[in-house]
Design a protein around this ligand. Structure first.
Ligand code: ADP
Ligand code: MG
Length: 278
């Protein structure tokens, strides 16, 4: 450590020094904070600690914001907005435990969400993704067909291994709608390569309309289907969402409201021809 004589310390150089050290939050806060410290006679160590705490907290906030952006989670699909009463087969306590605990992620456990269209699989998957980003993990939410296309392109350029390795930085990879992948899409074995590469190390959250029975249409041959399922389920949490389509139900409610609304309008118009009905 160099011996800078205290007499040569020049506070006017602080902005430059802080910029060199990449401490933007300290750079922003030090004038006001040191003023408070002087006024209230804080010990120097307290002032230093306070500035550092601010820098670290701001870094964490920026990191989470960056991770949220890269996760490409559908907006507004959080756990608070999920109506558990609509899906009796799913326990709120269980999902909350998954959202609040991260041991499943640390162990590379997979989550498989099965259920017919519209029951909230994508919503729940996104909500768990949001929770994991908040818990400082890195997440990527993608439609499985999109990812398959990307991986196929990588394979054509002989870069499949690198592409799969790059996905390793995501502690959680959400593959939405696996059952929309069809082996006619050519080389769906890339998805098998991905499953194998992440096995016992990194978690996958897969949503699918069809449970395993129908997965033969996804992979090139039955042996690969069995091998893929085997790896997926070895450490996994399987959640079956058997409910009426929330999408259809809410569309029906809207329609009913609209119909009731127009019935009211019609009645109003009948009883009072001058009534303003908007
Ligand atoms: P799936 O992926 O199973 O086809 P989605 O998650 O896309 O279904 O749900 C369809 C729509 O209904 C979305 O807008 C979603 O936010 C909403 N939705 C589904 N289930 C619920 C629920 N239990 N509570 C609140 N919104 C829900
Ligand atoms: Mg969906």
């Amino acid at each position: 450590m160099s011996n800078t004589p205290t007499s040569t310390v020049d506070t006017a150089r602080l902005p430059v020094l802080l910029s060199q050290l990449r401490l933007p939050t300290v750079a922003l806060l030090w004038p006001a904070l040191t003023e408070t410290a002087d006024r209230e006679s804080w010990p120097a160590a307290k002032t230093l600690a306070a500035l550092m705490e601010h820098e670290v907290a701001e870094r964490a906030r920026r990191r989470t914001a960056r991770h949220l952006l890269e996760a490409r989670l559908p907006a507004g699909k959080t756990l608070d907005l999920f109506d558990f009463a609509a899906v009796s087969s799913i326990s709120k306590a269980r999902i909350t435990a998954l959202a609040e605990g991260d041991s499943w992620l640390d162990q590379g456990t997979n989550i498989l969400l099965f259920g017919p269209p519209g029951v909230g699989k994508s919503h729940l998957a996104a909500a768990l993704g949001h929770a994991m980003v908040a818990a400082r993990y890195r997440v990527l939410f993608t439609r499985t067909t999109d990812l398959v296309q990307q991986l196929q392109a990588a394979r054509q350029e002989l870069k499949l291994a690198t592409a799969i390795e790059k996905l390793d930085k995501y502690h959680l990879l959400v593959l939405d709608d696996l059952s929309y992948v069809r082996k006619s899409q050519a080389e769906t074995s890339v998805i098998f390569e991905l499953i194998s590469a992440r096995y016992e190390r990194r978690s996958l959250l897969i949503t699918a309309n069809q449970p395993f029975g129908a997965w033969d249409s996804i992979f090139p041959d039955p042996a690969m289907t069995v091998a893929a399922i085997d790896r997926l389920v070895h450490h996994s949490i399987i959640l079956e969402m058997n409910a009426e389509s929330y999408r259809r139900k809410s569309a029906e409610i809207k329609l009913r409201r609209k119909l009731t609304g127009s019935a009211v309008k019609a009645t109003l118009a009948e009883t009072s021809p001058t009534a303003e009905v908007s």
